[in-house]
Design a protein around this ligand. Structure first.
Ligand SMILES: [Fe+2]
Length: 311
């Protein structure tokens, strides 16, 4: 058994060598702010937001689903960008909640920003039961990372001050594990909004449940950009999903996971428009930094730098 495990580990290491996981900084500009002044030290044109997601840090896997080299690079890159906010959208651990202590203490607590770090939990953060979920939340809060479990904060930025609302919701699948962190009605201060609103939600498909509440940008992860992406930027899972749709009913269960991660495998990274409050809003889908199956191909780890500028 241990020989088999070593062989598998060797094959995975070889795949990782063939398909390296380097960090790519993506840049996006969105005009969703009212006119403001002196909002950012680093960029005169607006608020600088760093979005990171899907760390999948764990002790149990060899090779690991995220390396300490990549985590060092993430902290160094974030701090060199002088962001105003850091937003983290879940899957801090793969399964073992106690691993969050090292991830947060050694790396996430070192992410610098002017107005703080805000986080929501992903589906993997609920896998270690109630005590596991609570441990991840307390480890984040111990290091001044604000966890938004169907909550919001109104923050003033710039000079003179301008208000923005940061809302966060837990993963919708948490209810199957007995948690109540996905409560749409508690996530926003009201249905309509006079001020810019940013929603943090691990799952991109959550926008269907939130479309009666006006917000201006949703930051999500969860689908890891598809992880194995063909040269024409289509994830392999898009074709697997097509096969599932055409397969006879009795065989569809074979394709169940990880296909259920999204309803649309054509949309796995970058900026999209989705229905919201009778109009449309922005959904940014980050490829994430960790992996689920243990390698990426043509789908590098992502640190998203989003510049929010005046309309
Ligand atoms: Fe994930």
């Amino acid at each position: 058994m241990s020989i088999l495990r070593r062989m598998l580990s060797l094959i995975v290491s070889l795949l990782q060598w063939l398909f390296p996981t380097n960090l790519v900084v993506s840049q996006t500009e969105l005009s969703i702010l009212p006119p403001v002044h002196n909002i950012s030290e680093g960029a005169k044109r607006g608020l600088r937001v760093v979005h990171l997601t899907d760390f999948h840090f764990d002790y149990q896997h060899n090779p690991p689903k995220i390396t300490s080299t990549l985590l060092d690079d993430i902290v160094k890159t974030n701090n060199s960008l002088n962001p105003d906010f850091v937003f983290l959208t879940g899957d801090f651990v793969d399964r073992t909640a106690s691993a969050s202590e090292e991830l947060i203490e050694r790396w996430l607590s070192k992410l610098k920003s002017k107005y703080g770090t805000y986080a929501v939990l992903g589906n993997h953060d609920y896998k270690d039961g109630k005590s596991g979920r609570d441990l991840i939340v307390s480890n984040l809060e111990k290091h001044n990372i604000t966890v938004l479990n169907s909550e919001y904060r109104i923050v003033e930025v710039g000079d003179p001050p301008v208000k923005i609302e940061i809302s966060g919701i837990g993963d919708p699948t948490c209810k199957f594990r007995g948690f109540d962190d996905f409560r749409v009605g508690d996530t926003f201060s009201s249905k309509d909004s006079e001020i810019p609103r940013i929603l943090l939600s691990h799952q991109p498909d959550a926008y269907w449940k939130m479309k009666d509440y006006k917000y201006h940008l949703q930051l999500s992860g969860h689908v890891h950009g598809g992880q194995i992406v063909l040269p024409w930027r289509t994830p392999v899972l898009y074709y697997v999903d097509l096969i599932r749709r055409w397969a006879p009913k009795q065989f569809r269960w074979l394709f169940k996971l990880p296909l259920d991660a999204t309803s649309d495998w054509r949309r796995t990274e970058g900026l999209h428009r989705v229905p919201n409050y009778g109009e449309e809003t922005y959904l940014y889908l980050n490829r994430g930094v960790g992996t689920h199956y243990p390698f990426r191909w043509n789908c590098p780890a992502e640190l998203a730098l989003i510049q929010l500028v005046p309309k």
